[in-house]
Design a protein around this ligand. Structure first.
Ligand code: EPZ
Length: 419
């Protein structure tokens, strides 16, 4: 298994380009199941999760040209309506084929994703909403089987503003009979991107980006050409890298509007964050003030940047309280950061971080995607050498991370391991 070796302690400077958003590309590729003909999506990132999505869609009969950048997908001939456990277990977002398949074909059989490192992550809200739209849903042998002659528009209230639930049901409702109203819907930029793509296919969606989305169902949709938005979580990771290393980075091809909560906190921590043409400049001066963080659904502080922000708070002046409200088990990185000399105590859903003057390089292990990014950031700031193992977690969501960081002056390299 590959490892990443980092020599820390260098301020990072220069320019980095952000790739397309993983969490927009996955539902957008699933949306191709809603139409016949060739859909063309550009700015698709080159990531493990994209490769898994390609395999999943091909297993359903979708013809695909291209692996990243511009990808063309044709779902005219869907020959299989089952998303197998073997594929779904490697990527929970596979559940996003459920809505489109039931809506277009009236039947779908999708393996339940099961839990993951950061939480139980059930899909009960997806299932409840489909039932409210008239689908018959059975859970058998670890699979969700949903059937509906034609889904019916319905008022849907989500107990939690679920991102995946909003995406799945928004896609399903595009071909339903009547109007669906999603209340307490998630408001993430990736949902707005998906709604734009669906409207480009001929759907009638309004209100995406607010907590109330209205979808008027239509008989059929057509193929489209569309672009995936930049990855705000990748952009945020590089902005924090500037702060934790005392560097100065221009993060290009990102949309600062998608990162308001982060920008606010970075400025409170003493960083310079300013818009530049085509991106954002983020600069630190080596002195970081501690700030408190509470993760919330968008537009609150993103849970996908909590771990990275904790790395920076680990070397800040003072005490910060980081509270995770979205996932019940998203502090797996704490133990690894403490191996590097961080001073962190967990109390319930909060981590109390007492800043130390410096972290020290050590062998550490990635446990999930964003935890691995937080360990990379800690290692870039630390004195000495860090060896990060289980980097397959990182490859799920960061394109060319070593190349991008070394272009900014980091001492970072990947070594491929035998086992
Ligand atoms: C999406 O996951 C993202 N993944 C996650 O990013 C992100 O952390 C999360 O949204 C929150 O922003 C993708 O877009 C592929 P949710 P999702 O449904 O859709 C509970 C990354 O690092 N819930 O909004 O799975 C759930 O357990 C990944 O890129 C239910 O209880 O998140 C969680 O506590 C990690 N029942 C909360 O809601 C349901 O039916 C939010 O989950 C659905 C969700």
């Amino acid at each position: 298994m590959d490892k990443i070796i980092i020599e820390g302690g260098r301020p990072l400077t220069g320019e980095v380009r952000v790739s397309g958003a993983k969490n927009a590309a996955l539902p957008i590729m699933a949306a191709s199941l809603l139409t016949e003909g060739w859909n063309t999506f550009s700015n698709i990132p080159d990531l493990m999760d994209i490769r898994t999505t390609r395999k999943l869609l091909q297993s359903l009969g979708v013809v695909i040209e291209g692996t990243s950048g511009t990808v063309r997908l044709n779902a005219s001939e869907i020959s299989n309506i089952e998303a197998s456990y073997d594929l779904v277990k490697t990527m929970r977002a596979s559940i996003l084929v459920l809505g489109p398949l039931v809506a277009r074909l009236g039947i779908a059989r999708v393996s339940l994703p099961g839990g993951c490192a950061i939480g139980a992550r059930p899909v009960n809200l997806h299932i409840k909403a489909l039932q409210e739209m008239g689908a018959e849903v059975a859970l058998t042998d670890g699979y969700v089987e949903a059937r509906a002659k034609r889904l019916k528009g319905a008022p849907i209230y989500f107990d939690i503003p679920t991102v995946g639930g909003t995406e799945n049901i928004m896609m399903a409702a595009t071909l339903a009979d009547g109007v669906t109203l999603l209340k307490n819907a998630a408001r993430e930029p990736e949902i707005v991107n998906l709604a734009e793509v669906l409207n480009g296919m001929g759907a009638r969606i309004s209100g995406a980006g607010t907590d109330e989305i209205r979808i008027e169902g239509v008989e059929r949709l057509h193929s489209v050409e569309a672009e995936v938005i930049p990855d705000r979580i990748e952009a945020g990771t590089y902005m924090i890298a500037a702060g934790i290393t005392g560097g100065d980075i221009r993060v290009m091809d990102c949309n600062p509007i998608h990162l308001c909560a982060l920008v606010e906190k970075l400025r409170d921590a003493g960083m310079i964050v300013e818009p530049v043409d085509g991106g954002v400049r983020a600069a630190g001066n080596g002195k970081i003030r501690s700030v408190d963080i509470k993760t919330l659904p968008h537009p609150g502080f993103p849970t996908d940047l909590q771990a990275q922000m904790m790395s920076m708070m680990a070397v800040a002046e003072g005490l910060s309280v980081i509270t995770e409200t979205v996932f019940e088990n998203r502090f797996m990185h704490v133990g690894e950061l403490m191996r590097m000399g961080a001073d962190i105590h967990i109390q319930g859903h909060s981590a109390i971080v007492k800043g130390v003057s410096a972290l020290k390089g050590a062998p550490v292990m990635a446990t999930d995607l964003r935890a691995s990014a937080s360990l990379i950031l800690a290692a870039l700031a630390a004195r000495g050498t860090t060896e990060l193992s289980r980097v397959y977690h990182l490859d799920r969501g960061y394109q060319d991370i070593e190349k991008k960081f070394s272009a900014l002056g980091a001492g970072i390299r990947r070594v491929s391991g035998s086992s």
